[in-house]
Ligand binder design. Structure first.
Ligand SMILES: NC(=O)C1=CN([C@@H]2O[C@H](COP(=O)(O)OP(=O)(O)OC[C@H]3O[C@@H](n4cnc5c(N)ncnc54)[C@H](O)[C@@H]3O)[C@@H](O)[C@H]2O)[C@@H](O)CC1
Ligand SMILES: Nc1ncnc2c1ncn2[C@@H]1O[C@H](COP(=O)(O)OP(=O)(O)O)[C@@H](O)[C@H]1O
Ligand SMILES: [Mg+2]
Length: 283
């Protein structure tokens, strides 16, 4: 069932306004568990997008050998080693796991632990979802203590549902999103042209922004950064998911206006996210 459209007017009503006396600790402290050798860029894009959408403090957990890349790529963020990741999860207002994470088998256990222990909002994307599918964590996700947002594209959705990509692609996208909600009890962001956000409460929404220029490597990593950032800033998980996809699509539209659909890159999207946020706040 389709309950509504996600519009810029709606996003304007849910974005938090900043008090004059606000400090970075009030603007969301987030952890991004992302990136691996060969996919450091995914962590860079995710981190930049989180900052451009207003996160106050961004920490990125990567293999130590990637510290120089991350600290050059996102100098505003701090890095923490993923070697023995044993952090106090509750220190973070939101956590993301997945962009460019890679296929290391131990990440399955990491996701299981965070889902079981963490009390904030967890955003799972990309290899976070692939690891969940490979390690059959759907039931662990259903029982998660944290609020859970998952952001699969159709390929990741198929893996979670144990389907072939072609089979998943033949489904009505609203119904596929509902199937994912049933499987994981998460807020589901089913990406693509007209991204759908479906909730465990039975509602579903369709995004109104975005364009084919966003079909470019890394644009989903940018979305994960934005949704995690908004969650960390205190939006309800469902609002962070809905506002995140709309803001991300608007960044794509502003980027395509300036650069065209062919030349737009995910890196451009991170910068355009700042302009999109400005436009939304101006109303
Ligand atoms: N610069 C970087 O470091 C980048 C790293 N990335 C990471 O690379 C890893 C692999 O992710 P990928 O998504 O590339 O690989 P996947 O194998 O998960 O997905 C690609 C496949 O999924 C299917 N698919 C995806 N979207 C679809 C759609 N809308 N309609 C139909 N089929 C669709 C297609 O079969 C496609 O070949 C992830 O960890 C990801 O975060 C990517 O985000 C790209 C950029
Ligand atoms: N044709 C399109 N129209 C609108 N948005 C699109 C289109 N193609 C892709 N996108 C958006 O771009 C992003 C792609 O994410 P994803 O497939 O995870 O890419 P990556 O893993 O390379 O970062 C999603 O947010 C998706 O909604
Ligand atoms: Mg992706």
């Amino acid at each position: 069932m389709k309950d509504g459209l996600i519009t810029l007017e709606y996003v304007n009503t849910v974005i938090k306004r900043r008090d004059r006396s606000i400090h970075k600790g009030d603007c969301g402290r987030i952890l991004l568990i992302a990136g691996s050798l060969g996919m450091a860029g995914a962590a860079v894009l995710c981190g930049r997008a989180a900052l451009r959408s207003g996160a106050g403090l961004v920490q990125i957990a990567v293999p130590e050998e990637l510290f120089p890349i991350l600290q050059m790529g996102v100098p505003e963020a701090t890095c923490v080693s993923r070697k023995s990741l044993n952090l106090d999860w509750q220190r973070y207002d939101a956590i993301a796991v997945g962009p460019g994470l890679g296929e290391d088998a131990e990440h399955g256990e990491l996701i299981r632990r965070i889902a079981r222990e963490y009390e904030g909002t967890l955003v799972l994307d990309a290899d976070g979802l692939n690891q969940a599918a490979r390690n059959h964590l759907q039931e662990d996700l259903r029982k998660a203590r944290c609020s859970l947002i998952i952001s699969p594209h159709i390929g990741e959705a198929a893996r979670l549902l144990d389907m072939e990509v072609g089979q998943a692609g033949a489904w009505d996208r609203q119904e596929l999103a509902r199937l994912l909600v049933e499987k994981t009890n998460a807020i589901v962001v089913l990406k693509g042209a007209e991204t759908i956000v479906a909730t465990p409460e039975g509602t579903s929404y369709t995004n109104t922004t975005g364009n084919p220029g966003m079909a470019t490597a890394g644009s989903g990593d940018v979305l994960t950064g934005i949704i995690t950032s908004l969650s960390g800033q205190g939006l309800l998980p469902v609002d962070a998911a809905k506002a995140g996809v709309c803001l991300h699509g608007l960044a794509g539209d502003l980027g395509a206006d300036r650069l065209g659909e062919y030349g737009l890159t995910a890196g451009d999207l991170t910068v355009m996210t700042a302009l999109a946020m400005k436009k939304i706040l101006l109303g």
